[in-house]
Design a protein around this ligand. Structure first.
Ligand SMILES: Cc1cc2nc3c(=O)[nH]c(=O)nc-3n(C[C@H](O)[C@H](O)[C@H](O)COP(=O)(O)OP(=O)(O)OC[C@H]3O[C@@H](n4cnc5c(N)ncnc54)[C@H](O)[C@@H]3O)c2cc1C
Length: 408
C-alpha cells in the first residue's frame, strides 16, 4: 500500500511551547495544520525553562525601556486571561508554581529598582512589601524585598494543556528517516515512524524545533548558520519539602540578575529549586562541580540564612536556540522566511503567543484561503508524550557536604 498523503495549510516541526501555540493559533484561524515531534513534547528549552511569564522588568534594569521590554510587556496580561480561562487557548489546566515573583537585593538599593518598571512604562512593576509581608525565606535579607506580578507556570502542565485539544494533529516522527524538500509551489515532508510512512504537503512549513532547527534547515538545503546557540548551565537543588522552602524570583544586583530561583517538585515529592540568572551564564565555562560550588556560594550570599546541608545538587546544560543576532539575545520573537520554510524562535516562553501570531500571518501570505481545521494524522499513528523535567531524568546528584570548598 502506498503511504497516505495529507494535504495541509501548514506543517509544524517541533512541539515545544512555540510549535504548540502556533498549532493552536492556526487551528483557531481555520487552518489545516499538523505537528511533527521527534522525541517528546517540550523536550528541550520549554521543559528546561523556569516558567516565568516575564513582563519586561529584567530588561529595564538599566533604567531604559529596551526593545525587549517593549515586545514582552503585554504578555503577562494575555497569559493571565488564558490561565483564568477567559482567553484562548484555555490554559485553566496549567499548574501555577507561583502567582507572582519576589525581587530582592543583597544591599539596600531596591528603592531605585522599585521605580524603574513604573518610570519606563511597563505594565507590571515591582511593589515593595513591608517587612512583615516578606516570605520567611527572605526575612534575613538586608535589602528591600518587592513583589512582581509575573506568574510562574509549570512548563510540563502548559505543554499538556496546549496539546490536549489537538490529539489527532500530533505525529511522532523519526528525525533520521524524515525528509523535507521545498520548491516554489510548497513543501513536501515524508514522515516516518516504526515502519510506517506518510507524505505531507503544504504551502508552508514552520520550524519550531528549537536546537533541532539547524538539522531541519540543513535537510531543506538552507544555511544553518542563520541561527545561533547561547549556552547556559543551570543548577538544581533538591531536598524534602520541610528542608527547602518554596521561592520564586530574582536576586538583582545593579543591572544584573544574580540568581533566578524557581521551585517545582520531582516525581518523588522532593522540592526542587532551578537556579538560573548570572550563575547559569558563569557556569558555562566551569566544570559541573565548579558550577555547583559557584552557584552554592552565590545562593548563600543571595538568600542569607538558607541552610542547604540536607540538600543535593546537580546541573543541566540548556542551550538557547535563536535566530543569529551576533551572539546577543534577539530583542523580540524572530522568524526567517525562505520560500515555504519559516524558521521561528520565540526567544522567551512568554513570547510564544506573539510568535504564533506572526507565524499564522506568514502562513496566510502563502495560503490566502484557509482549507478548514481538518487535517488529521493517519489512523493509529503514534502520538508524542509530554517530556519530563530535567530533575526527573537520570543525572548525578552531589550531597551538599561534597560541594563545600575545602578548609585549610
Ligand atoms: C534554562 C532556561 C530557562 C528559561 N526560562 C524562561 C522563563 O522563565 N521564561 C520565559 O519566558 N522563557 C524562558 N526561557 C526561554 C524559553 O524556554 C524558550 O524561549 C522556549 O521554551 C523555546 O520554545 P520552543 O518551542 O521554540 O523550543 P523547544 O522548547 O526547544 O522545543 C523544540 C521541540 O522540537 C522538537 N524537535 C527537535 N528536533 C526536531 C525534529 N527534527 N523534528 C521534530 N521535532 C523536533 C523537540 O523535541 C522539542 O519538543 C528559558 C530558557 C532556558 C534554556
Amino acid at each position: 500500500m502506498p503511504d497516505p498523503t495529507i494535504q495541509a495549510d501548514a506543517i509544524i516541526f517541533g512541539g515545544g511551547v512555540a510549535g504548540l501555540w502556533t498549532l493552536h493559533e492556526l487551528t483557531r484561524r481555520g487552518r489545516a495544520a499538523i505537528l511533527l515531534e521527534a522525541r517528546a513534547l517540550g523536550q528541550g528549552q520549554t521543559l528546561w525553562s523556569q516558567g516565568i511569564i516575564h513582563g519586561g522588568l529584567k530588561y529595564t534594569l538599566t533604567g531604559l525601556l529596551t526593545g525587549s521590554a517593549e515586545a514582552i510587556r503585554d504578555m503577562p496580561a494575555l497569559w493571565r486571561r488564558c490561565l483564568a480561562g477567559e482567553g484562548t487557548p484555555d490554559l485553566r489546566g496549567v499548574r501555577l508554581r507561583a502567582p507572582s515573583c519576589w525581587l530582592w537585593q543583597t544591599a539596600s538599593l531596591m528603592s531605585r529598582v522599585g521605580m524603574i518598571g513604573a518610570r519606563v512604562g511597563l505594565r507590571v512593576a515591582p511593589e515593595v512589601v513591608e517587612p512583615a509581608r516578606r516570605p520567611a525565606v527572605l526575612r534575613a535579607c538586608p535589602g528591600t524585598v518587592a513583589e512582581l506580578a509575573e506568574q510562574v507556570i509549570e512548563p510540563a502542565s502548559l505543554i499538556a494543556a496546549l496539546a490536549a485539544p489537538h490529539a489527532g494533529r500530533l505525529m511522532l516522527t523519526d528525525p533520521e528517516r524524515t525528509t523535507l524538500s521545498a520548491d516554489a509551489s510548497g513543501a513536501t515532508v515524508h514522515a516516518a515512524f516504526a515502519g510506517r510512512g506518510a507524505v505531507l504537503r503544504a504551502p508552508a512549513v514552520i520550524l519550531t524545533a528549537g536546537n533541532g532547527n539547524a538539522h531541519l534547515r540543513r535537510l531543506a538545503g538552507l544555511d544553518p548558520a542563520a541561527m545561533q546557540v547561547r549556552p547556559l548551565r543551570m543548577v538544581l537543588l533538591r531536598a524534602d519539602p520541610d528542608r527547602l522552602p518554596e521561592l520564586n524570583g530574582h536576586c538583582v544586583d545593579g543591572s544584573r540578575t544574580r540568581v533566578t530561583i524557581t521551585t517545582t517538585a520531582d516525581d518523588s515529592g522532593r522540592r526542587v529549586w532551578q537556579i538560573g540568572g548570572q550563575v547559569a551564564e558563569d557556569g558555562v565555562s566551569m566544570t559541573p562541580d565548579e558550577a555547583i560550588a559557584h552557584a552554592r556560594a552565590e545562593l548563600l550570599a543571595s538568600v542569607p540564612g538558607l541552610n542547604t546541608e540536607h540538600a543535593e545538587w546537580s546541573t543541566y546544560d540548556a542551550p538557547r536556540a535563536e535566530l543569529a543576532a551576533g551572539g546577543k539575545r534577539p530583542e523580540d520573537v524572530s522568524l526567517a522566511e525562505d520560500g515555504p520554510i519559516i524558521t521561528a524562535f520565540p526567544t522567551k516562553l512568554a513570547l510564544a503567543p506573539r510568535l504564533a501570531d506572526r507565524a499564522a500571518e506568514a502562513v496566510a501570505r502563502r495560503a490566502p484561503t484557509p482549507t478548514g481545521p481538518g487535517s488529521c494524522a493517519p489512523e493509529g499513528w503514534p502520538a508524542p508524550a509530554v517530556a519530563a523535567g530535567p530533575w526527573d531524568e537520570p543525572r548525578p546528584w552531589r550531597p551538599d557536604r561534597e560541594t563545600r570548598p575545602a578548609r585549610g
